[in-house]
Design a protein around this ligand. Structure first.
Ligand code: PLP
Length: 283
């Protein structure tokens, strides 16, 4: 069966959906997005993702009043039901819409373009998690509005691909000698026996998984500090993991081929993985 997607109020077979070349999403990357994992046919933390989508729309000035959020919510559930997704996430993208001529100024723009579609993704197996992943350090040369979940992802794309070329799972980003996040994840560090993650700012995304992990760890009486973390502290950390919606806890065992801690996946990381996994299974 041909998979369906949702575009601007209607459902289409995915290879029949079309948007204009004058869409500002295409011309400028002028849009915002969310990616929501689906577990047991249920979108995980959909409310939190839609809340962050509203924040991204506010921060970019894309007109939220023209967007019907209850229709988006229904479209997500409808697509999960008709496409019977397994190991899928739902991708929501809203662009500022279509223009008559290409121009930076957007005051003549029509209605936002709203797309909802499924995306297969690879969830790591327990044995891959126990094995751990390699990362590298890179300069965070992105813009300083990384708190917006914008579709303008060229810098993230370049950083992730340069890590992949070096056979690394993730590029861990440093700005002004401080950890910000990964190219497509937030980062947690165990240092001096305390779990630390960068405090929220305009330099990193307020990850839905990050925020839930902090809450769950604290509920389990595990201390988490949201603070500045220097590059030196990253390289001398006892444990490190990356978090994102598609893979909530991904252990990092080497950075630039230097072992992190023992060079094996540590206890705190495995505890965080298990706490999150239990939460997902009960969701
Ligand atoms: N930081 C960046 C740059 C990301 O692209 C992502 C996810 O795509 C995250 C952090 C993690 O966010 P979330 O947990 O909401 O998926």
């Amino acid at each position: 069966m041909q998979e369906k997607l949702y575009l601007n109020g209607s459902f289409f077979p995915s290879d029949e959906a079309k948007i204009s070349v004058m869409d500002r999403g295409f011309l400028f990357g002028d849009g915002v997005y969310e990616l929501i994992p689906v577990y047991k046919s249920k979108p995980f933390l959909l409310g939190q993702h839609l809340d962050r989508l509203r924040v991204s729309l506010d921060l970019t000035g894309i007109n939220k009043e023209l967007i019907n959020f209850s229709k988006i919510n229904d479209a997500v559930n409808e697509l999960i039901s008709v496409n019977q997704y397994k190991e899928h996430s739902i991708y929501i993208q809203i662009t500022r819409g279509v223009e008559k001529i290409r121009q930076h100024i957007f005051d003549k723009c029509g209605e936002p373009t709203v797309l909802v579609m499924g995306q297969p993704y690879k969830k790591y197996s327990v044995s891959e998690i126990e094995q751990g992943f390699k990362a590298c350090i890179q300069d965070d040369y992105r813009w300083t509005k990384a708190n917006i979940k914008s579709t303008s992802l060229l810098a993230n794309v370049m950083l992730k691909n340069s890590a992949t070329k070096m056979n690394k799972y993730e590029a861990i980003l440093i700005r002004d000698n401080k950890l910000t996040e990964g190219s497509a994840s937030n980062v947690f560090v165990l240092s001096q026996d305390v779990i630390k993650t960068p405090k929220l700012s305009n330099k990193l995304l307020s990850g839905v998984t990050r925020n839930l992990l902090i809450e769950l760890l604290r509920q389990n009486t595990i201390e988490v500090s949201e603070c500045d973390i220097s590059k030196e502290e990253v390289l001398s950390a006892q444990e490190i993991w990356c978090s994102s919606s598609t893979n909530p806890v991904v252990p990092i065992v080497t950075i630039d081929d230097i072992s992190i801690g023992s060079g094996k996946v540590g206890k705190f990381t495995l505890d965080a993985y298990k706490i999150m996994d239990d939460y997902i299974n009960q969701y």
